[in-house]
Write a new protein. Structure first.
Length: 201
């Protein structure tokens, strides 16, 4: 008996592409902001930054859910044919790590604030309910886990971005084009043409 398989799409959907870049921009803001929070003097500015950090963290979680839903409903294209074996392994590892962390990191932050009994506001619209009982010991543990997740996410994102830039400006192949919104492709083509003939497979 033969099993039918759903054909993979030729490329990523426009929604998937825009979610990728929106989430990347948010994470690039949230991680440095989170690192700097404890260094700010106590007062209204620190409070606002904490609230923004929590709000954007929850936004990342919501967008991650939307991204997985789109991924499951529309599928993903086959891996780029021109990747070496090492590039395939590194790319898969980075993607899986980032997908895991965009869920785990904000969930741990939410749980951490619940244990601390601090509010988790969402852009001043509403507050999320606590998901754990109050516990100073639990807060300290989750605080360390949250910071560790942030560090791993930053390092993975840095490696992911480095790989993307390598493909865009050194190898000059079509890898980055696969995730660029259509309006951005010509701009990258122009830069690549200044560097040399694109080497797309």
């Amino acid at each position: 008996m033969s099993m039918s398989t759903t054909p993979r799409p030729d490329g990523y959907s426009g929604a998937a592409k825009w979610l990728h870049w929106i989430m990347a921009a948010i994470v690039i803001f949230v991680i440095p902001a989170g690192i700097s929070l404890d260094k700010l003097p106590e007062g209204p500015l620190q409070d606002r930054m904490f609230n923004l950090h929590r709000s954007f963290g929850i936004l990342v979680l919501a967008l991650a859910i939307a991204r997985v839903a789109i991924r499951r409903s529309r599928g993903t294209p086959a891996p780029y044919a021109g990747l070496t074996r090492f590039e395939q392994i590194a790319s898969t590892a980075a993607h899986h790590t980032l997908y895991l962390l965009i869920f785990v990191t904000p969930l741990v932050g939410w749980a951490m604030m619940s244990a601390y009994r601090a509010e988790v506001p969402v852009f001043g619209l509403f507050n999320l309910p606590p998901i754990l009982p109050q516990s100073d010991a639990t807060y300290k543990i989750l605080s360390g886990v949250h910071k560790f997740c942030g560090i791993v996410m930053a390092l993975t994102l840095f490696a992911h971005a480095g790989g993307a830039f390598m493909h865009a400006f050194i190898k000059r192949d079509g890898v980055l084009h696969r995730m660029l919104p259509n309006a951005w492709g010509p701009a990258l083509d122009k830069v690549q043409s200044m560097l040399g003939k694109p080497n797309r497979s």
